[in-house]
Design a protein around this ligand. Sequence first.
Ligand SMILES: C[S@@+](CC[C@H](N)C(=O)[O-])C[C@H]1O[C@@H](n2cnc3c(N)ncnc32)[C@H](O)[C@@H]1O
Length: 304
Amino acid sequence: MHNFEVPVRSGPSNHGLSARRFHSATRCSPRRQSRCYQRNLGCKSTWPIRKLIEQVLEGIAELSSAKMEAFGRCIALRTGQWALDCRSHVPTASEFQKRFLAYSNTMTRGAALFSDSVSRAAQKNGDMPQVQCLNLSAMEITLQLVLAQVGQIPKLILTSPPYPGVHVLYHRWQVRGRRETPAPFWIAGGQDGNGASFYTFGDRQEKNLTKYFENCLEAFRSIGRVADRQTIVVQMVAFSEPREQLQKYLGVMEEAGFVECKMPHLSNARDGRVWRTVPNRKWYTSQNVPSGSCSEVVLFHRKA
Ligand SMILES: C[S@@+](CC[C@H](N)C(=O)[O-])C[C@H]1O[C@@H](n2cnc3c(N)ncnc32)[C@H](O)[C@@H]1O
């Protein structure tokens, strides 16, 4: 982030304005920002939920460590999404509270189970795995970064890129399936600012999805640079028009330097791939769209 101060002259005299002061005068204060991020949560049915989330976030802020706070925010996000995103009826405050407790239990139990399994595997292998999070776009991954942070070429790359032509809003919830709210940023303590297509490799309505396929190629070229011939790339993807798009998608993978590996022992379809029907597909994707977006395929690739 650039942090500099530039004296600004307005007319003949300098009023002592500086870029930084101007910036802080115009910037959203945390309170104002919270209010921006609570958009469309002010009606009779949603404000009790908003109030509860506010209380939950206040409680979370008092937790003893940043890790606990982050985990608490995840529980609040999960419950918030359950309560607000694409539901025909917004739940009552007491339903929200019950669900928050249920998610708290499931998620803490899940985290403990995961931690136990990792410890047991580590004991067996005599090596405790280290987690490294690189918070960046797939297009920005470099071998240098991976070697510096992880220390080796990955054996497995497991991913799920944005789906071509499929309508999914990643950065908003849709209250009653309609009005969009940026509340996930408020709950996660993050910054909004990018449009929907930022999260989807491009606008799903663009003719031929040119931008989508360009970005997809760029992302997999960059992923290819951190892989070797032993690395297996496993990805789950769905298509709004599977017939045309799957072939095009496989072409992009080839152009990025990968060959597909079929796994006959895993396959459940005539094309030799693994397909599944998507559970809990949001209602807006299950209506008025080709059935393709309800089926996902798992693709396996290695470097050519
Ligand atoms: C099909 S979803 C996969 C979601 C993930 N598997 C999950 O269960 O949460 C595609 C994801 O790709 C992310 N994405 C979009 N552009 C990206 C990029 N350039 N680099 C990395 N991730 C990106 C989107 O934000 C979205 O979360």
